[in-house]
Design a protein around this ligand. Structure first.
Ligand code: ATP
Length: 141
């Protein structure tokens, strides 16, 4: 593959993906970043959002990454995330339930003595990111 970028997505317990792509798009704290080969060296914090991976033949896939860091250097992208899933690993019912739970907490429908606003927000973002990953993958060819 010409102009390839080697991508590794790693969690503390496993390597989720290790392959070559022609383009990668991530959602970083300061916005969306598209990376082609020969991108300048970069370290960035990622949001809980699907990472888009595109092959030379225009086929693409999405991987759920729940935050973490990305390093870009010498046409190698390393994404280190506490939690990440391939689309086929995502349990949509579980993500829907997590989303509803977090929304109920955030809108005050669920009272909890030790309510942790930040935790509920992060949980909501993780669940929405997982559901988005499945949705985006269902449109790929
Ligand atoms: P829940 O509230 O449903 O437990 P969570 O966002 O709190 O979700 P995490 O702490 O992010 O869960 O992840 C714990 C483990 O469960 C990780 O290994 C993660 O990959 C997996 N996991 C979480 N949600 C899902 C899901 N909807 N489908 C598949 N795996 C999931």
């Amino acid at each position: 593959m010409a102009n390839k970028i080697h991508v590794e997505i790693i969690t503390p317990t496993r390597t989720i993906l290790k392959d070559d792509f022609s383009m990668v798009v991530v959602r970083a704290l300061d916005g969306e970043i598209g990376i082609l080969s020969d991108h300048m060296p970069l370290i960035s914090s990622l949001l809980e959002w699907p990472v888009k991976l595109k092959k030379d033949d225009e086929s693409e896939c999405f991987v759920s990454v729940s935050g973490g860091f990305m390093e870009v250097r010498d046409n190698v992208i390393t994404i280190l995330a506490t939690v990440a899933e391939l689309p086929e690993e995502i349990d949509c019912k579980r993500a829907e339930a997590a989303k509803e739970r977090a929304e109920a907490r955030l809108t005050g429908k669920m009272t909890d003595e030790q309510f942790d606003h930040m935790r509920a927000e992060v949980s909501l973002r993780r669940a929405v990111g997982r559901l988005k990953t499945v949705e985006l993958n269902s449109h790929t060819h």
